[in-house]
Design a protein around this ligand. Structure first.
Ligand code: PNS
Length: 160
């Protein structure tokens, strides 16, 4: 059984995330979407909200589960015996950070590979940060976040 992990902050999940999760679910037997809980990073959406938004977005993906973690990703990967960390790569600007993370994770756990999926063209400039900014000013985010969670995300960000 080939298990992959898609880690991230997901504050909140976007259509870009969902695209990567979907494509990972076709490549691997099982996928865990792993929500990072970091005491040093302030998120707009709570841990529970981020998990619920992801769950509501992946109801059609039967081999995908959601979990949370704090600490080192490499330790989690070892614990669940995953063979891959799947990340989406957008512009060149993502590359240096992701390359560093991949090398650090490889050094900590040589058994797991980081697999980069190139973002779909329409998600090239999409990020959770952009979604938060746009919705915070009342902008339209309907093309940026999964349809199933649009209302919940709008409600939270407009009242934030
Ligand atoms: O969506 P993000 O914020 O880009 O996700 C980053 C995340 C959570 C995947 C990354 O920061 C992470 O893996 N954090 C856990 C700490 C860790 O293991 N870092 C890599 C080795 S130093």
């Amino acid at each position: 059984m080939r298990l992959a992990v898609c880690p991230g902050s997901f504050d909140p999940i976007t259509k870009g995330h969902l695209d990567i999760i979907k494509r990972a679910s076709y490549l691997f037997d099982e996928v865990i979407v792993l929500v990072s809980v970091n005491a040093n990073k302030t998120c707009v959406f709570s841990e529970q909200e981020r998990v619920e938004l992801i769950k509501d977005s992946i109801t059609d993906l039967k081999n995908v589960k959601v979990d949370t973690f704090s600490g080192l990703l490499a330790d989690y990967i070892k614990k669940v015996n995953a063979c891959a960390i799947v990340k989406g790569l957008r512009a060149v600007s993502d590359f240096e950070y992701e390359f560093q993370q991949a090398l650090a994770n490889k050094a900590l756990n040589g058994d797991a590979e980081t697999v980069f999926l190139t973002t779909s063209a329409e998600n090239m400039f999409l990020s959770s940060n952009l979604v938060r900014q746009l919705a915070g000013f009342g902008g339209d985010i309907s093309h940026l976040v999964p349809d199933a969670v649009l209302d919940k995300i709008n409600h939270k960000l407009m009242n934030h």
